[in-house]
Design a protein around this ligand. Structure first.
Ligand code: DX5
Ligand code: ZN
Length: 211
């Protein structure tokens, strides 16, 4: 299992320190961008991402929770993240946005809210490198994992195997050492974890998710 700590739960007064610590052990640095419109929270913008990009020694995984995806893709491309993911619920022109991300040399990924059917991305899977399955409602860290996410992941895994076996599955929300094994069995490649990692010893927490 690859581990992407969500810096939403980091200590923002000591952000450089926290990023240096997690980068000793993690695989990706997950950055939650919220615009106060698509979700009722306002988080990280270009100034903070620029600073994070300078300090991080692992690739950036930018998760957009915004209304105007294309604008934010243009804004963040220069920080050369490994992934930019956008919510399918908020994008009318998903195919062209995927191409735009790809043309920047960034891996395109699509996010599904807990209620969103996997059929909504059936004709996009062949063009993307990752599907991010939300296992909580987007907007805040520290929520409880929604159990039926497991069934959804299994269905998604079947679809991906048929259409684009290279495409990875990432899960975000309520992940901890109690559910990571089940996620692995269901077909997950990358877990995002915020509140679990940034409480206690960060590196021991990351280690406990590498099942
Ligand atoms: C929620 C964010 C998550 C969040 C996860 O909208 O996308 O990345 O930080 O936090 P935990 O792991 O605490 O659920
Ligand atoms: Zn996220």
């Amino acid at each position: 299992m690859l581990v992407a700590p969500s810096i939403l739960s980091a200590d923002f007064g000591n952000l450089q320190r926290d990023i240096e610590i997690i980068c000793k052990n993690c695989d990706l640095v997950h950055i939650d961008v919220m615009d106060g419109h698509f979700v009722p929270n306002l988080t990280i913008g270009p100034i903070v991402i620029e600073s994070v990009a300078k300090v991080a020694t692992k690739p950036l995984d930018i998760h957009l929770m915004v209304q105007n995806n294309s604008f934010f893709v243009d804004l963040f491309a220069k920080y050369k993240p490994k992934y930019i993911s956008f919510h399918i619920e908020e994008e009318k022109h998903a195919n062209s946005l995927v191409q735009k991300i790809r043309n920047y040399g960034i891996s395109p990924a699509i996010v599904l809210n807990p209620h969103t059917n996997i059929d909504s991305i059936k004709y996009l899977i062949e063009y993307i490198d990752m599907v991010l399955v939300m296992s909580v409602n987007p907007g805040f860290g520290g929520q409880r994992f929604i159990p039926n996410t497991i069934d959804k992941i299994k269905e998604l895994k079947d679809l991906i195997e048929r259409i684009n076996p290279q495409c990875l599955i990432e899960v975000d929300g309520g992940v901890n050492n109690q559910n990571v094994e089940e996620l692995k069995k269901a077909g997950v490649d990358i877990v995002v974890a915020g509140s679990y990692v940034f409480s206690g010893n960060y590196n021991q927490k990351i280690e406990s998710l590498k099942v």
